[in-house]
Design a protein around this ligand. Structure first.
Ligand code: 5GP
Length: 122
């Protein structure tokens, strides 16, 4: 179901602070519109978060409001990262909303790999 409720982007969320360099992160790759960095609490040997630099709180906001350039760059980053990290097998996850497990209200995709993920869902 599409969520039609207006949402307010929280400029004090942890990824917004990270993008403003108020807190540090371990960057993997960075482009004009996209940042990829290691998760602080990795759930696999390789756990990278990919975020747009724009103020999009979740996937739906990003894919309906972002510019074509931002969306293209985000896709390019997802395409480049696995080879950059030496991964041919990996999992991409994105949670939208508290019930789905989204803790940080800034759109992000988790890239997990480096071990068998076949039996892991949580
Ligand atoms: P979510 O549950 O919103 O899908 O995922 C949020 C992710 O952000 C979690 O995997 C969590 O470990 C990660 N995270 C939260 N705070 C920080 C932080 O300050 N730095 C980094 N690198 N990752 C964070």
């Amino acid at each position: 179901m599409l969520c039609r409720k207006r949402y307010m982007y929280d400029h004090e969320n942890i990824f917004a602070k990270l993008l403003r360099h108020e807190i540090p992160c371990n960057t993997v790759l960075e482009t004009k519109h996209v940042l990829a960095f290691y998760d602080i609490n990795p759930q696999a040997p390789i756990h990278v978060l990919i975020i747009p630099k724009g103020a999009y709180g979740h996937a739906q906001a990003f894919y309906t409001k972002a510019t074509a350039e931002e969306r293209l760059e985000f896709g390019d980053m997802l395409g480049r990262l696995p080879e950059h990290l030496g991964l041919s097998s990996f999992r991409l996850i994105s949670n939208q909303g508290k019930e789905a497990g989204q803790e940080v209200p800034h759109y992000h995709v988790h890239l997990l790999g480096g071990k068998s993920l076949a039996t892991i869902l949580a």
